[in-house]
Write a protein that binds this ligand. Structure first.
Ligand SMILES: C[S@@+](CC[C@H](N)C(=O)[O-])C[C@H]1O[C@@H](n2cnc3c(N)ncnc32)[C@H](O)[C@@H]1O
Length: 194
């Protein structure tokens, strides 16, 4: 059942992942983190766009991690891609590790938005860019289709305010009710003392 869900998920979210990658303007040598990489299809595309870079996928599911690593086994063996079992609340990477962070359809599962964004910002290099995509609570069809005890659909303004508190400057936002939103945010080069 888990493998079937991974297959369906990869098909449904593929287009959105490509949209976020385009917006992030990935460069050859980028070090990129995919938060909540799930099945790992995005890791394959990221490895081809950042052909001399390094790609890391994280997620809390052992099964998804296995699927993602197997899907990318040639890149994993070549040490260009790695899949790490971890949650966004506590990322096992040093400060300022990545040029870009991608996070697609994962926000729904975050209990503490500020903590998750602060931790994401910590591992981004100053000036590095986060591409975040999710459906908001304005998408009533989505809200009605998923169990509220598992999925939390946030307001766009709530996430925008939390980005600011995490020293991430909102650079662009696409907002349309029935499409997932796409937010691009850059890590401040000089952090504000709080
Ligand atoms: C709907 S799937 C999206 C997968 C992939 N990003 C995509 O666009 O196809 C949500 C993913 O978020 C992961 N996830 C859930 N909670 C997480 C957390 N606290 N930290 C990191 N990943 C998480 C799940 O394991 C799952 O793989």
């Amino acid at each position: 059942m888990g493998r079937l869900i991974a297959f369906i998920m990869a098909r449904e979210t593929g287009r959105q992942n490509l949209r976020v990658m385009d917006a992030l303007s990935i460069e050859q040598g980028d070090r990129i983190l995919d938060v909540g990489c799930g099945h790992g299809r995005s890791l394959t595309e990221l490895a081809s766009r950042a052909a001399t870079g390094r790609i890391v996928g994280v997620g809390p599911s052992e099964l998804m991690g296995e699927i993602a690593a197997r899907r990318n086994c040639a890149h994993v063996e070549a040490d260009r891609v790695s899949v790490v079992l971890a949650s966004v609340e506590s990322l096992p990477f040093p400060d300022d590790s990545f040029d870009k962070v991608l996070c697609v359809h994962v926000r729904y599962f975050w209990k503490d938005l500020d903590r998750c964004l602060r931790e994401t910002a910590r591992v981004l290099k100053p000036g590095g860019c986060l591409g975040l995509s999710f459906r908001t609570n304005a998408d009533l069809a989505a809200v009605a289709s998923f169990p509220p005890e598992i999925y939390r659909f946030p307001a766009l303004a709530e996430v925008a305010a939390a980005l600011d508190r995490a020293d991430l400057d909102l650079a662009a936002a696409s907002d349309s009710t029935n499409e997932p939103v796409l937010l691009l945010a850059e890590k401040r080069r000089v952090q504000v003392a709080k």
